[in-house]
Write a protein that binds this ligand. Sequence first.
Ligand code: 3SL
Length: 235
Amino acid sequence: MNSEVVLSPLLLKEYDLKGKVVVVIDVLRATSTICAALANGAKSIIPVLSVEEAHSYKAKGHLVGAERNGEKVEGFDFGNSPREYSREKVGGKNVVLTTTNGTRCIRMSLEADEILVGSFLNLSVLSSYLIDQKKDVILFCAGWKDKVNLEDSLFAGAVLRALGTSTKLGNDAAEMMVALYDCMKDNLRAYLDHASHAKRFKRLGIEEDIDYCLSIDKMPVLPVLEGNRLVLKPL
Ligand code: 3SL
């Protein structure tokens, strides 16, 4: 198996996704929220690109989450905090979600053989699956508005470490992120305080979400894209 890391959506066009598994990574917070909602019994999550598209689902009676720039968009049922997507609210429901970066990256990956969602919440389940399926992997970091970010890049390093000798490190970004993860793995929370998104969370008063999203293996589920919706992959 060969695993490559894509550190920004701007770089995705340089990679051939055909025949590969893409893991979309937006640990703060879209991919953590998707894991939490599905683990809490949501039937599916429908990722959509624009607030307008989200509005059209809302008008048809769907439950809809919408976030832009870290904040809930007015008029929707949820923002993008995984803590909002409780069993009481989402159990048995299809939920539509649009976020600044994460849901867009899911839609950018459609050429791949399989699209999975990764976060610290499902690190072990995701890694075990990748080892078993033996296809080449692209770890696609959503970043922030096309810029590289710390939290998604570090998580790519965590996945590569978990894959161990099952994978070759397929590009320099993979080498870099394993080295970074090895340096920082014992101080992840403190290191992430340096992230621009952590500073944004501080300004918005939603730092609690960082601890939630760093809870390793809290939600042992594997979201996979089937058609236009994310569902749980049977494990
Ligand atoms: O960019 C995204 O998709 C979001 O995860 C950003 S935020 O964490 O909701 O601010």
